[in-house]
Design a protein around this ligand. Structure first.
Ligand code: G3H
Ligand code: ZN
Length: 274
């Protein structure tokens, strides 16, 4: 009942000058924490998974569990595939029951990115999924970013028909060595030319004031958080395992405080973007 696509939640968020948090989940604990947090805050939320899981036996069960939780949730929940790089991965997303997917062709030349994203958008939309694309490039692991050109962004959105557009305005994926300085004015100019909701990747470690500004003025309606959220899991799980030592503790009980920490973490982000 509350299983939705980006189209049902992001345009309203953008109109209101707010954003929806999108957390990368990879197991039942991270997934449950996101849905619990959204319900506690009574805000929509996006659960997204890594494309590398698609070819494993993890993706299907995670999507099934996400759909189960979303259908019973009191708030809208999107089940989204993050950073797919191939057309076939969008087909897998359709087959596995995602309600939304990202096709990331941002490392390709403009024309190739447009062509691949347009193909992905067509198949996603015909199957009822929403689709996110990326123009400009938000780097991974210390690679080179390419800031989004506003004219290219407008052209890309018009030619591909994506529902949401990831832009590069100074964030990168993973932890930063020094706090990044976001080019908010670039987002403002892009937002004036592109009416669909914009997406900010690389939420972890990005100064909150800059994120809020990009949301209020720059058309950003989806903010992705992966590294800090996942790290929250491994830190607390490590502590709980160390505390248990040689004593046997059933894993659901061992991980209960981990889910509580993750939920608290997610609630703070959801509230900050509201
Ligand atoms: O697609 C996921 C993200 O953009 C998350 O970035 O790991 O820096 O929070 P992050
Ligand atoms: Zn990303």
């Amino acid at each position: 009942m509350s299983l939705v696509t980006l189209k049902e939640i992001l345009p309203d968020a953008r109109r209101a000058g707010t954003a929806i948090a999108a957390f990368n989940v990879a197991n039942l604990e991270t997934l449950r924490a996101v849905v619990l947090a959204a319900e506690a805050e009574q805000r929509p939320v996006i659960v997204q998974t890594y494309h590398r899981l698609l070819d494993t036996d993890v993706s299907g069960p995670i999507v099934a569990a996400a759909r189960w939780l979303a259908q019973r949730a009191t708030v809208p929940v999107v089940v989204h595939l993050d950073h797919a790089g191939k057309f076939e991965q969008i087909q897998q997303a359709v087959a596995q029951g995602f309600t939304s997917a990202m096709l990331d062709g941002s490392a390709l030349p403009f024309a190739e990115n447009v062509a691949l994203t347009r193909r992905a958008a067509a198949i996603a939309k015909s199957a009822g999924l929403s689709i996110e694309g990326e123009i400009g490039h938000v780097a991974f692991g210390g690679g080179e970013c390419a800031l989004t050109d506003p004219a290219e962004a407008a052209e890309f959105a018009a030619q591909t028909g994506v529902d949401a557009l990831a832009v590069s305005i100074g964030t990168t994926h993973g932890y930063y060595k020094a706090a990044p300085k976001l080019d908010i004015e670039r987002a403002v100019v892009i937002a004036a030319r592109v009416s669909i909701p914009l997406v900010l990747h690389g939420g972890s470690g990005t100064p909150e004031a800059a994120i809020r500004d990009a949301v209020r003025r720059g058309g950003v309606a989806k903010v992705n958080i992966a590294t800090e959220f996942q790290h929250c899991f491994s830190k607390r799980a490590g502590e709980e395992i160390a505390k248990a030592g040689e004593k046997f503790v059933a894993v659901d009980l061992l991980l209960r405080p981990v889910v509580e920490d993750l939920t608290t973490f997610a609630r703070r982000w959801i509230r900050m973007l509201a």
